[in-house]
Design a protein around this ligand. Structure first.
Ligand code: PLP
Length: 387
């Protein structure tokens, strides 16, 4: 179906931060499949883990115990606030699980009237009917009938509005610590702390959608760590499988109290292939020094982008973001800028709010950052001549 406005390029091979298209041209990848290829392309450790699992067992169903799920859930629990995990195949499914979990949490405690979720304008939570309603973006909901009920929306960052919208029917607050699709909008730590306090006061669950920010993207394993705010529920996907489809909904035992046997399921979720790769991604990203390097490389990219904005103000308006999740706000349609970058050999991703997203693999080198900055500066110089 023609549901994608695809760029006229087909990548057929990747290694590290490079992609080769079918004409044999090499591109520098600063999109990483939208924050997915966290260790770049064809990382030897991931290739080995996936190949070894492929020779052993592909699938067996959640009718049985799956040792790989115990391994990955145990690692995620040791690395986070969470006690338990449910595995799916995508981000949208992880958020569906979180929404169901929040409603069951209250229903199981004798409060079935608490089923509404407060979410934020500019957010993105997936393309299922539930997660579309959660984000509330009218453009994405258009033509699909009435939005699923039970979601309220406050402006992102507006704590007083959130406080007004949380009522006796509110089950949970769902928030991205950095809005990705919304344009790399970083939540103020005080806003997240205010939501935490609001949840503590009202008994609502605080649910962080870290599908794009998680697994080291912002320089911390999870973005909420940087803000010093612990959620009750967190969703992951994108980078968790380094390019193999997997999603997870993590929660404290208390938050997940309603998720009893038979309450939720997935045929493919937590498949042995996905778990083998996810375990290797987690081991690599949490190795000593890895995230320190991400922070240092992120600082280098941010400084370079600040200089770019200062040097090419006719095209670039501002930089935003943290770590290796950076956005460049443009004075023109970001799709035009993304296309110009791509023609110059740099792959990036557009976002809302006139933003071009820079999401390189976390293994990106200083030299590759400098190369990307030089390409962007060259495009800035040429687009000035064209204007
Ligand atoms: C990508 C994304 C999703 C949806 O993930 P899918 O795997 O496409 O379903 C949800 N939330 C956020 C923050 C995302 O970036």
């Amino acid at each position: 179906m023609p549901t994608y406005a695809r760029a006229p390029v087909a990548f057929v091979r990747g290694a590290g931060c490079r992609l080769w298209d079918r004409e044999g041209r090499v591109h520098l990848d600063f999109a990483a499949g939208i924050a997915v290829n966290v260790l770049g392309h064809a990382h030897p450790r991931l290739v080995r883990a996936l190949t070894a699992q492929a020779e052993t067992l592909w699938h067996c169903s959640n009718l049985f115990e799956v040792p790989g799920q115990e391994d990955v859930a145990g690692r995620l629990a040791a690395l986070s606030f969470a006690d338990v995990a449910f595995f799916g195949n995508s981000g949208a499914e992880a958020n569906e699980c979180a929404i169901k979990l929040a409603r069951r949490h209250h229903a199981a405690a004798g409060r079935p009237e608490r089923w509404r979720i407060l979410a934020f304008e500019g957010s993105f939570h997936g393309r299922t009917l539930g997660t579309l309603a959660a984000a509330g973006n009218p453009k994405n909901l258009h033509g699909f009938g009435p939005a699923a009920p039970g979601f309220d929306h406050a402006p992102f960052g507006a704590l007083a509005a959130a406080e007004r919208l949380v009522g006796p029917e509110t089950a949970a607050i769902l928030v991205e610590p950095v809005q990705g699709d919304g344009g790399v909008r970083v939540a103020d730590p005080a806003f997240l702390a205010g939501l935490r306090a609001l949840c503590d006061r009202t008994g609502a669950l605080l649910m962080m959608d870290e599908i794009q920010t998680g697994i080291g993207r912002t320089g911390r394993l999870f973005a909420h760590e940087g803000a010093g705010v612990r959620p009750d529920v967190m969703t992951l996907a994108k980078a968790l499988g380094g390019g193999f489809p997997v999603g997870a909904c993590l929660a404290t035992r208390h938050a997940a109290a309603g998720m009893t046997a038979g309450s939720h399921a997935s045929t493919f979720g937590g498949n042995p292939l996905a778990m083998a790769v996810a375990a290797e991604v987690l081991a690599t990203v949490t190795a000593p020094g890895f995230l320190e390097t991400v922070r240092a490389t992120g600082d280098r990219l941010a400084a370079g982008l600040d200089a770019l904005v200062a040097a090419r103000p006719h095209l670039f308006e501002a930089r935003r973001g943290m770590g290796l999740m950076q956005g460049l706000r443009c004075r023109t349609d970001p799709a035009v800028v993304v296309a110009a970058f791509r023609d110059a050999g740099l792959v990036t991703a557009p976002a809302q709010d006139r933003v071009v997203r820079l999401l390189p693999p976390l293994i990106v080198s200083d030299a590759e950052v400098d190369e990307a900055l030089a390409i962007m500066d060259g495009v800035g110089a040429r687009m000035r001549l064209a204007a």
